[in-house]
Design a protein around this ligand. Sequence first.
Ligand code: ATP
Length: 355
Amino acid sequence: MLLEILNVSKTFADTPALREVSFDVAEGEIVCLLGPSGCGKTTLLRIIAGLETPDAGQVLFEGQDLGPVPPHQRDFGLMFQDYALFPHKNVFDNVAFGLRMRGQSEAEVEERVREVLTLVGLQGFEQRSVNELSGGEAQRVALARSLAPRPRLLMLDEPLGSLDRALRERLMTEVRDILKSVGVTALYVTHDQAEAFAIADRAVVMNAGRVEQIGPPEAIYCCPATPFVARFLGLTNLAEGTVVAPGRVVSAWGEIAATTDDHRPGDRVSVLIRPEAASLAADGASREDRSIIRGRLTARSFRGGRYRVRVQPEVGPPLTFELTVVGALPVEPGDRVTVSLDPAGVVLLPASDQG
Ligand code: ATP
């Protein structure tokens, strides 16, 4: 492993910012640190960069303990949300800055600047003042500047945070493509799960200084390890429950069919009904393998090709579903509805107080 974070802890005054955080990053991998504000993401980046010292634990790079290595000797690149391009320098001089600091010859600097500007799609922008750039262009100049010295590790802290949603969506894929084409190893901090999922090979989900789950985006979305991760991903159909028999679980929504592979009768669990697990069923429907939930539709919104609906069941808290239907949804707010649940979409997580 190129980078190893081993049991790193850090407390500021009385606030534990990091609690025994461990994970590793392979060469060429893009790992996203994902979590709500204040969960310790930036503190961890600062420790890896050498700008902060951990209270306990170690950071290893190529097997070497980074503790005694000062920040400037780590050869890591950093890119922050307020990437602070030098306003009085043009694009070329901004990108050249780190190379000149390293004492490279002007010929080498020129070649490398052209190379990275081409990489980020800004060839021909060399003489442009940085005050005459769009938000997306400025962000790409900042990326070019941090990539120019060929950092052994690139750390990006909310690099798209100040951009509007549409531009962010476009740049997510671009940033991933650029990082992958260079093959740089990257640690990318964001609180936006869509951004993390679009960019990461693996994501590390953090909560209050702890790692909740590590894995490829698909695995995290498919199988959140804890109720916190599920809620953070916007999965809100959660309730405490108990496994009563193989394939059956009881919760606030009554007894329903679930995937109980890893559990035994009597286990206390959190029940997650995935929003896409439901489909509209005929009234009076009943099938042994699927559970039926009856209730009233309280809201619906068309999402193009599917509807997001809210249902108040006869028993239990409200549920949100994503329904795929051909044509218009045949029910409106206020109508009675019957939905059937695919047991593959009824997932059991550790009970809240065990997570
Ligand atoms: P954000 O997304 O808002 O930047 P974050 O996940 O990066 O949040 P950190 O900035 O790492 O979180 O902060 C973690 C915790 O440590 C917070 O409670 C924060 O208030 C606290 N903290 C961070 N730096 C310091 C500091 N220098 N002194 C005191 N407390 C700090």
